[in-house]
Write a protein that binds this ligand. Structure first.
Ligand SMILES: [Zn+2]
Length: 129
């Protein structure tokens, strides 16, 4: 069953491609920043915190941003693989078509809204989008 028209699918594929490029750039920048910063610049305004603790904090924050971008990049690559295999826009749980409106807002969606809610409830936490 195909939920999308060809032009809808092509438009979403374009969105994914642009987003993929953005994530690649952000990950590269994040990694370059981590290497370049040395984590010393943030210490000036916070004399009470231990140097090592602050350096670790910055490293963790930057890593979290990079990790989040990397996770999104993986989602995008998986969505592109589903497009290539003809499984895009089909819920991986119930195999019903995922509505275009949901994909337009969230092109890497792999579940319909109903299954996504069940999935998130099962994991005990909600994810944005
Ligand atoms: Zn579903």
């Amino acid at each position: 069953m195909q939920a999308l028209t060809t032009s809808e699918r092509d438009g979403l594929a374009n969105m994914l491609r642009e987003r993929k490029q953005m994530m690649r750039d952000e990950i590269r920048e994040g990694l370059a920043k981590m290497r370049a910063e040395g984590h010393e610049d943030v210490l000036a305004g916070t004399p009470d915190a231990g140097d090592e603790g602050l350096a670790m904090l910055v490293t963790e924050v930057t890593n979290a941003e990079v990790a989040r971008d990397a996770a999104e990049l993986r989602d995008i690559l998986a969505a592109e693989a589903r497009i290539a295999s003809g499984r895009y826009a089909i819920c991986i749980d119930c195999e019903e078509p995922i509505p275009y409106a949901r994909l337009a807002a969230y092109p890497t969606a792999k579940r319909c809204i109903g299954c996504q809610e069940i999935h998130e409830a099962a994991r005990g936490r909600a994810r944005p989008a």
